[in-house]
Design a protein around this ligand. Structure first.
Ligand code: OXD
Ligand code: MN
Length: 589
């Protein structure tokens, strides 16, 4: 238990507010966690799975109305409304404290308050930050113990008089969807989440702290908190280069982060190493380059669609010490199942709602589409040996991407940093009408941060530009990829998955100045012969050309869409980005 004065003072205030029967301090020991696992099985909160097949694994079901992040009920409570910006919901902090405190009041009566000291980033890293989460849920404690570093070791590195830590209060209350609020108070370093018990809303270290609060801290302190995977690519000479990549949710970030190189690449000695699958904190290092750490300690991945073909590394990662949420309980052997795991759904199953479910006859999905695994990063067969390095890894390239049936080529490189910021700011995904070949509705999601930026997005773009000025010549190169172009039948053209390494290879070759490229109105695209297609079946250079194409007509429409989107930001849109848009239009003439 800490001696930090501000922590203890806050704790007393929160205890007086929520009135727990007792307070338990999480020390991070295996004994304590094991005791909690037992207690949660006794109450039915979790189910212990087959320990021979899935050692240390458990199943949990959330309330039916509480299965995903709730963007409409997520608020940035900055003092001034204009500081939250046009892309966030805003409420006045005083009003919200009053409302949230009235909801949370006495809500721990008859319950235990768990105090979780946690570190985002390796404990003691100069880039790590500390948070305290108070929760009434053992499920939250056990998930936090996987997703973050928790316990006494964290407290040992927080000086007694430091106020540099994030306050997090979680109260499950009655999981009443009408009174559910996920609120951030950036100026107070505080998060309050009430009436939910679902991961993204209640594991406060993740989206709430590591993105929303941290993006605000990053702006003020001169670093960046981004919704990005971090990946190391080792070449046959044993050199490892690191890239980060931002994609909107459901574009395969975890798959890219854990990809398996194509056979030909494996034979030559290429390897891929995972540093992170969701969040990157990036700082200018002592050598002037950009260095990234993954602030998390586990993966909170979407289960459906994860299988030995799509992402074997992720599946293997979930085979021990994992908490599954809202998947199918396979009663045949007390294991789990989800759509897309294999073609053998259990006949004797329980669906995510807790009802008997026969996968052979059911006409409804057994696992919730947003069902999850919470798995320790150290289980991952391709986890990087730099994962725990508090200094992070140096970043050669930053990659943006989205799901676009047309318009956006397989890959292009921005002309320079500011052009790259523009490329990130116009990121978009289409709603997946792709299957029918129709072009879906475009949803802009700048840097994949739309739901996660804790302040005005116009200022966020400005912060990116400032970071580029700091980095100068040493700035990573910025690229955009699109694995999702479709043919006239709506079929994906690029094979994706491990073959994406072919594109990453070109990206690294560009970073090292090893290949030329074609100048287009939007940036540089590859000379088709510079993408290695060796070993690819049913895919030739002519097909490649079709997905490298930049159609000025489609881009003119895109520019009009960008202009409309940019209007939202008013005078907080940096001049540099206005100029970038003007240049794009000019280039398309
Ligand atoms: C996530 C998300 O859960 O981005 O990581 O939605
Ligand atoms: Mn995410």
């Amino acid at each position: 238990m800490t001696k930090n004065k501000s922590v203890l003072k806050w704790l007393e205030e929160m205890k007086a507010l929520v009135s727990p029967d007792q307070v338990v301090w999480i020390d991070g020991s295996e004994e304590q966690l094991e005791e909690l696992r037992k207690m949660s099985c006794d109450t039915g909160e979790m189910v212990k799975l087959n320990q021979e097949k899935l050692p240390g694994c458990y199943l949990h079901r959330t309330h039916e109305n509480d299965v995903a992040r709730v963007e409409a009920r997520t608020f940035i409570c900055s003092r001034e409304e204009k500081d939250a910006g046009p892309t966030n919901n805003w409420k006045d902090p005083q009003e919200m404290y009053e409302l949230l405190y009235s909801i949370a009041k006495d809500s721990y009566q008859g319950k235990t308050m768990y105090v979780i000291p946690y570190s985002m980033g390796p404990v003691g890293s100069p880039f790590a930050k500390i948070g305290y989460e108070l929760t009434d849920s053992i499920y939250v404690v056990l998930n936090m113990a996987i997703m973050t570093r928790v316990g006494a070791a964290v407290e040992a590195v927080l000086p007694e008089d430091s106020d540099d830590w994030v306050r997090g209060l979680h109260a499950s209350c009655n999981v009443d969807a009408e009174k559910r609020y996920i609120c951030h108070f950036p100026e107070d370093n505080a998060i309050i989440s009430v009436n939910s018990a679902y991961g993204g809303n209640v594991l406060l270290g993740k989206k709430c702290f590591a993105l929303r609060i941290a993006s605000f801290l990053g702006k003020n302190e001169g670093w960046m908190a981004e919704h990005m995977l971090i990946l190391g690519i080792e070449n046959p000479q044993g050199e490892i280069k690191y890239v980060t990549a931002a994609f909107p949710s459901a574009c395969g970030k975890t798959n890219l982060a854990m990809m398996i190189p194509p056979e030909g690449y494996q034979a030559k000695g290429y390897k891929v190493w995972t540093v992170g699958d969701d969040i990157a904190w990036m700082h200018v290092g002592p050598d002037g380059r950009l260095w990234a750490i993954n602030p998390e300690n586990g993966f909170f991945g979407v289960a459906p669609g994860t299988n030995m073909k799509s992402n074997p590394n992720a599946l293997i990662t979930t085979q021990k010490g994992t908490i599954f949420t809202n998947v199918v309980h396979n009663l045949n052997d007390n294991t789990v199942w989800w759509e897309g795991l294999d073609k053998n759904p259990p006949e004797l199953g329980v669906d995510w709602k807790g009802n008997p479910w026969n996968g052979k006859t059911a006409d409804q999905k057994g696992a919730h589409p947003n069902s999850r695994f919470t798995a320790p990063a150290k289980n991952c067969p391709c986890i990087s040996d730099q994962f725990d390095n508090g200094a992070g890894v140096p970043i050669s390239a930053i990659i943006f991407g989205g799901r676009r049936a047309q318009t956006t080529p397989l890959v292009y490189q921005s002309r320079d940093w500011n052009n790259g910021v523009f490329v990130g700011s116009i990121m978009a995904s289409e709603t997946t009408a792709a299957a029918t070949g129709a072009v879906g509705v475009v949803r802009r999601d700048p840097m994949a941060m739309l739901p996660f930026c804790g302040y005005h997005m116009g200022d966020y773009f400005g912060h990116w530009i400032e970071m580029g000025e700091k980095l100068g010549e040493k700035a990573p190169k910025i690229f955009n990829v699109n694995w999702f172009r479709v043919d006239d039948n709506g079929k994906f053209i690029w094979p994706g998955f491990g073959d994406n390494l072919r594109v990453l290879e070109w990206i690294l070759a560009r970073c090292e100045g090893k290949v030329d490229a074609v100048q287009t109105p939007i940036g540089f695209t590859p000379n088709p012969e510079d993408i290695n297609l060796e070993g690819l079946e049913d895919f030739d250079i002519e097909t490649l050309k079709t997905i490298l194409e930049v159609d000025p007509g489609k881009w003119a429409k895109e520019a009009a869409g960008i202009e409309e989107f940019y209007e939202k930001f008013g005078d907080r849109l940096p001049e540099e980005l206005k100029n970038q848009l003007a240049t794009l239009k000019e280039n398309l003439k």
